[in-house]
Design a binder for this molecule. Structure first.
Ligand code: 13P
Length: 340
């Protein structure tokens, strides 16, 4: 492991005003999103959609890195050019999702544990050899009556830390993603408490597993009220609660925090990230960036719907969302951008 190389890559991922684009939906997740829009759930449709994304003109001006899935990292454009080549040409750093998904957890009803540590060492070596420079692993934490349990938090935190240590040994920057889910009636305050406990546990495990904090990226949820909580929060309240939680739990050595969008609308995800940067940027030890999937892709997917003739319009929608989030990193996003 070369700690300096890892640090340089991690810094590049969150440098300036760029952010990450997650396009690492597993085949079942991608198929589910396609099915809702009547798009065929075939390997060719998934390939065509990912070609649309990676060939979007100007993407490299606002996106520093893309997170791919095992199927996608091996795919090519219709003309035979490997996606990895297209991505490199756009000046974008390729990354790869390496977890094997969240499965029902034994003894903890309603909770999940992310699998994928077995054989991970060999898979990371293969991805690194293919050209990936960073990796991602997602743990999910549900909030509800009596949950999350310590058992769920600790098991997921330990798996994240073991994954992160293996990544760094393979020369890949780990993107550590503990996601506290939005589903439920819980309040903003409860989400803040759970997120803080989860992050404290994750960083304790990362320390135990000797992960170099300078060579990683944290990908957390924003602190939000549950989707069905009767009391929703203003943009500034979300910004304040999120930054307060992160300041308490995330060491200053971490170069960047790149949020997931988690099912927020694209506009709200941009507005909330923007508010954090407007209100706190000058006082924070880490960059506040984005690593969105749905909040960048969803409008484009809804325009594309599998039609070749919609590709250009879909690419414009994708670039628009990427640009909105780039502006949010600078604290210069405004709702007026949505009408242009
Ligand atoms: P969303 O932004 O759609 O939550 O996806 C981020 C991600 O990478 C989930 O693992």
């Amino acid at each position: 492991m070369n700690a300096q190389d890892l640090t340089n890559t991690a810094r590049m991922l969150v440098a300036g005003d760029k952010g990450l684009l997650a396009m690492d939906e597993s085949t079942p997740t991608c198929n589910k999103r396609f099915a809702r829009l009547g798009i065929p759930q075939t390997e060719e449709a998934r390939r065509a959609y990912r070609e649309l994304i990676v060939t979007t003109p100007g993407l490299g001006e606002c996106i520093s890195g893309v997170i791919l899935y095992d199927e996608t990292i091996r795919q090519r454009k219709k003309d035979g050019t490997p996606f990895l080549k297209v991505i490199a040409h756009a000046g974008i750093i390729p990354g790869i999702k390496v977890d094997a998904g969240a499965k029902e957890m034994a003894g903890q009803p309603g909770e999940k544990i992310t699998e994928g540590l077995d054989g991970l060492c060999d898979r990371l070596a293969e991805y690194a050899q293919m050209g990936a420079r960073f990796a991602k692993w997602r743990a999910v934490i549900a909030v509800g009556d009596g949950i999350p349990s310590r058992g769920c938090i600790e098991a997921n935190a330990q798996a994240l830390a073991r994954y992160a240590a293996l990544c760094q040994e393979a020369g890949l920057v780990p993107v550590v993603e503990p996601e506290v889910l939005m589903d439920g009636e819980h309040t903003l305050e409860r989400c803040g408490e759970v997120t803080e406990e989860v992050l404290r546990t994750v960083f304790s495990e990362l320390h135990t597993q000797r992960v170099v904090l300078e060579g990683m990226i944290l990908k957390p949820n924003m602190v939000l009220p549950g989707l069905t909580c009767p009391k929703q929060a203003a943009v500034n309240e979300v910004a304040d609660a999120t930054v307060r939680c992160l300041l308490r739990a995330v060491p200053a050595a971490v170069p960047g925090i790149a949020f997931l969008s988690g099912g927020q609308s694209p506009e709200l995800a941009s507005a909330r990230l923007n508010a954090m940067n407007v209100r706190f940027q000058a006082r924070l030890p880490w960059a506040l960036a984005f690593s969105f999937a749905r909040a960048i892709q969803q409008p484009a997917l809804e325009i594309w719907v599998g039609e070749e003739t919609h590709v250009l319009a879909a690419q414009q929608a994708l670039l628009h969302r990427a640009r909105c989030n780039q502006a949010a990193r600078r604290g210069e996003y405004a709702a007026a951008m949505e009408r242009t």
